[in-house]
Each structure stands twice: as C-alpha cells, then as structure tokens.
Write a protein that binds this ligand. Structure first.
Ligand SMILES: [Zn+2]
Length: 382
C-alpha cells in the first residue's frame, strides 16, 4: 500500500496473518457469526516516518461494533485529563465555540462545561455520540460528512482526541477541517505516536481500528499539505505513548526532523524483542504449576491471545465490571466472570488488560494486595 502522507510505497511490512478483530463480545455460549479474523499488515514508510495498516475493515463494521467508552476506562480518563491540561495552558474557553471531533460519550466536553470560563457553545461530532447534557449540541455523523460549518464563529476551539488514528482518509478529514474553520481558530489533537509504540515495543497496540500511526514528522508533513502547522507539542507516555499537539493555520513550525531512533532496523529489532518476550510468556503458561485465570477483559485481549496461544487454556477471565459478566469474545471462547468467585491466594493470574500503562499498573497493585498466588505479566516493560 502507498503511504497516505507522502504517497510513496511503504518500505517494509510486518505480516499479521489472521489477525483477530477486537472489541466484539457475545453472550458466553451464543453462536454469533461475524468477522473474527482478517489478514493484516503493519507497514512503514521511511520517507516520512509513518506507519499504516495494509488492509482496512469496512468503516461501518467498526462503528457498528465500537465498544470503547471514554469514561469507562481509567486509562482513557487520565488521557483526557492530561489533554485538557495541555489545552487549558494554551487556550481560553471563555466565550469560545468548542467543537470536539470524535466526541464519543462527550466526557471531554462535559469536563470543559465545568471549567470556570464558560464557553459560548459546546458541540460534539461522532457517529457513535452519546450525551445526556442539555448544554452540548450533538451531531451524529463522521466529521468528513459534516454539513454544518463553524466559519461564521469568531473564536472556535477544535479538539480531536484519539480520533485521527481511526480516520480512513486523512486528506478528506483535513480538507473538511479547513473548510469549516477560520484562520484564527485554535486546534488541538492527540493520538498514539509511532515513536513510543516502537520505543516501548508495544506492538500489541496495533489493531484493525487504528489505520494510521503518525510520528511528529509525518503529522507535520500531512498538515503542511492542508495549510496547517504544528504550534506546540508534548508526549504523554502514560496512555498509548500519546502525542499531544496544538496546530494552527497561522504561526507554528513548518518542519521537524525525524526521530533518530525510528529506523527500519530499530523497528525490526523492537518487534523481534516484543515477540520473543511474548513467546517466553506463552511457554511459561504451558509450564505453570496449576491452572490460571486471565485478569482484565480488555477490548484488546484477542491480540494478547494472538501472541500467546496458550491463553485459551485459562479457566475464565476475571473482570470487576459486572456489565461484562457472562460474556465472552467472538474469537476467545472463555467466560468473563466476577472477582468474588475467585480465591486469589490459590490461583495463578495473568494480566490481560495491557492497553494503557496506567490501567495495567493499577491492576498489578490490586493483585499484589490481594496476595494472588502468582501474577504473570506478558510484557516486561510497564
Ligand atoms: Zn510516507
């Protein structure tokens, strides 16, 4: 596939044959027929330091099965807090029109409505939007299909949190953003960075829903093509190695140098280390004295199972969220049950909620406090 940023062919590919579809649960024992696996590839373009998926699930399939709710995961909540702090240090919500692209359950807009300086309006755009606040206008559509414009407003602040990586055509997205906004408006984006996916060796964070893996460099090149520039940025390594940026049509810096660590050789060596580590964890599961449970029915558990095939030998998956109990995954046929059914001190537990550092650290503390017999962590960097 050609790179969506610079149009050159990708330099190399990591094949992910029969890669599991994530985020789809079913009732345990139910016979649900849906797409559960698809051949995938993770491709890298050295010209602009960008990574992308080689194949795309149908866009509507993903959104019909989308289960991520910002307010229900502690990692996502922390990511919004850090993002909001970055925005507040650089913008004033007082009398502004605030537009959240990919607003999900509108938890970010709800937080802003509680800030001291009252915005003039709050608008959330998302095909899966949910809100019970009368202060927030909700628009249920993909941003690229938006019919409303904000260009008559004087003081727009556009926010876009963990959405850009899901966008199928980033050119259409930025053409729309340019069309509906003014030259003076403020724009803030956050998304998982390629840099810290690679440096932290977190290849389990590659999944069918994340189409593009931007680096600071590739993002700046894409922006330049649409008349935007990076004004300021920082990395947040607590959640998905996130890159938080302020961008604008005026001011800012046009070009950035590539991160010197992100080379083809380095990506390959980090992927090999990640896989070797997973293979060892898989072996360990085979050699355990006694049975084991998974702890954490995270959306991405099928990807952990992709690298740890022995995970399927678990008795069940433990999760404290009762809404998940008696469910299982479409591609991991073990029941999700509550903690009260388990004697922690007599059982081996493998941590399977790994998507964000913050959530995994909290689970580790909990399992240690409960005196679990053994705690197994598939990743040894956390
Ligand atoms: Zn490229």
């Amino acid at each position: 596939m050609n790179c969506p940023v610079c149009s050159k062919p990708a330099n190399f590919t990591i094949d992910l044959d029969q890669y599991p579809v994530t985020e789809i649960y079913k009732k345990f024992g139910e016979n649900k027929k849906t797409l559960a696996y698809m051949d995938q590839s993770f491709e890298y373009c050295h010209s602009c330091s960008h990574a992308l998926l080689g194949r795309h699930l149908p866009r509507d399939f993903i959104y019909n099965n989308y289960n991520t709710v910002s307010s229900s995961s502690s990692g996502s909540v922390l990511a919004l807090v850090n993002f909001l702090q970055f925005v507040q240090d650089r913008a004033n919500f007082g009398n502004a029109d605030v537009v959240d692209i990919g607003a999900n359950d509108t938890s970010l807009l709800s937080e802003i409505s509680k800030c001291g300086d009252k915005p003039r309006s709050l608008t959330g755009i998302d095909p899966n939007i949910k809100s019970d606040s009368s202060e927030i206008e909700i628009i249920s559509c993909y941003f690229e299909d938006l019919e409303k414009s904000f260009s008559d407003n004087k003081n727009n602040i556009f926010l876009c949190s963990h959405t850009l990586e899901h966008i199928y055509c980033v050119d259409t997205f930025f053409e729309k953003l340019d069309e509906v906004s003014n030259n003076e408006d403020l724009f803030f984006f956050q998304f998982p960075s390629l840099e810290y996916l690679v440096i932290d060796g977190r290849f389990d964070q590659v999944h069918h829903q994340h189409i593009n893996y931007f680096s600071l460099y590739s993002f700046s090149i894409l922006l330049a093509r649409h008349g935007f520039k990076i004004v300021d940025y920082q990395y947040d390594r607590s959640h998905y190695g996130t890159l938080i940026t302020q961008i604008g049509k005026k001011g800012g810096k046009k070009s950035f140098v590539k991160h010197d660590l992100i080379t083809e050789e380095y990506i390959h060596s980090r992927y090999k280390l990640f896989k070797d580590n997973m293979t060892l964890s898989n072996e360990l599961l085979n050699k355990l004295d006694g049975n084991f449970y998974c702890y954490g029915a995270s959306l991405m558990l099928p990807i952990i199972n992709y690298y740890l095939p022995n995970l399927i030998e678990c008795i069940a998956i433990i999760d404290s969220n009762s809404k998940k109990h008696n469910l299982c995954y479409i591609n991991f046929d073990k029941e999700i049950i509550g903690e009260q059914e388990l004697q922690f001190s007599e059982n081996n537990l493998i941590v399977t909620a790994l998507s964000t550092k913050e959530a995994t650290r909290k689970i580790l503390i909990k399992l240690i406090e409960r005196k679990a017999l053994n705690v197994i962590l598939p990743l040894n960097i956390i």
